[in-house]
Ligand binder design. Structure first.
Ligand code: SF4
Length: 335
């Protein structure tokens, strides 16, 4: 199968997704470049990488939430249902996205929940309205359905009558998660869903998100929390400077043989529970990317070949992917 052939039955097939922002002075920012991946029914894909690498822009592109100076290319096919045909999320009209897709066919746990919640309405009012809009719960069951949705996201029921400004960051996050889960959308995109939560709540939240992916639904979780990704992901996509540089099975990524792209290896090595060895330097500006591999300035394996952008081979975009034996030799002795 080539990357141009979406697998039959994928909930979401993204091909060649690029996002460019046109800035003042005619400058362009290449926020996402040529991203391709599929999400199978029941699958959780974790999209990981440092802040500013384009993860959230990719999520916004899928939901038609980019600002007016953004231009997209490629395709993002959301599978059809018994009642609705497949749809390309990149070319669908705002009317289609607002009426038929967002919340119903593609849910979002937003990165900035406080900004996502309506400030003048209590959490209960917002949950009840969402339950009424997206489910067939009867009027007299609304209250208990809203409370059930809150409990599902570990939002305390005795805080339901609070307004968003009365919530801590963690509670706002849980309120936004509760709202996103109501519609049982076939595709759920969770953008940093564990921000502001302590470890116990992180585990509980991601476990609930994982449960959402049961019954043929799919989850795209964008996160810099690699422990959360390891806990629930089936596959991991690593993004650097707007490109997916490695895409593979989570078990291989977090276990043996481990990541194969030098940046992906660096991400894991930077964890305190691993080598605690940060990647030197900073990612390049997305508005001033180098011509070749964007990781070259930080990469210990860079050679003259890296002056050309590497094409993905077996899910890894690198001119010098180590063999399994070399990768094992680079693992810390106690890993
Ligand atoms: S292509 Fe070259 S610079 Fe880029 S990650 Fe691979 S070895 Fe490093």
């Amino acid at each position: 199968m080539t990357t141009a052939d979406p697998p039959s039955g994928a909930v979401l097939s993204v091909r060649g997704l690029s996002v460019r922002f046109r800035m003042r002075g005619g400058r362009h920012v290449a926020a996402v470049t040529d991203a391709s991946f599929d999400l199978a029914p029941g699958e959780c894909l974790a999209l990981v990488g440092e802040s500013g690498c384009g993860k959230s822009v990719l999520a916004s592109a899928l939901l038609g939430l980019l600002p007016g100076n953004a231009r997209t290319a490629g395709s993002a096919r959301l599978a059809g249902t018994a009642a609705q045909p497949a749809i390309d999320l990149l070319t669908a009209s705002e009317r289609e996205l607002a009426r038929c897709v967002r919340g119903r066919r593609a849910g979002l746990v937003p990165q900035s929940p406080a900004a996502h919640l309506t400030p003048v309405r209590t959490v209960r009012a917002q949950l009840e309205e969402t339950v009424r809009e997206l489910t067939d719960v009867s009027r007299h069951e609304l209250r208990s359905a809203a409370e059930g949705a809150a409990e599902r996201a570990a939002f305390p029921v005795d805080h339901l009558d609070r307004y968003p400004h009365q919530l801590s960051g963690g509670l706002a996050q849980r309120a936004a998660t509760a709202l996103a889960l109501v519609g049982e959308a076939p595709l759920l995109i969770a953008d940093e869903p564990t921000t502001g939560l302590d470890r116990d709540l992180v585990d509980r939240t991601v476990d609930e998100l994982r449960r959402h992916a049961a019954d043929g639904r799919a989850l795209l979780m964008i996160t810099h929390d690699l422990a959360a990704a390891e806990r629930i992901a089936d596959r991991v996509a690593v993004m650097y400077a707007g490109r997916i540089v490695e895409l593979g099975a989570a078990a291989d990524f977090f276990g043996a043989p481990g990541p194969r792209h030098p940046y992906a290896r660096g991400l894991l090595d930077a964890l305190p529970e691993r080598a605690f060895n940060p990647i030197p330097g900073q990612p390049p500006e997305l508005g001033a990317l180098p011509d070749g591999c964007a990781f070259a300035a930080r990469c210990p394996h860079a050679t003259a070949a890296c002056e050309a952008v590497p094409e993905p081979i077996d899910g890894v975009s690198c001119h010098h992917v180590p063999t399994d034996a070399q990768a094992r030799a680079q693992e810390p002795a106690d890993a």
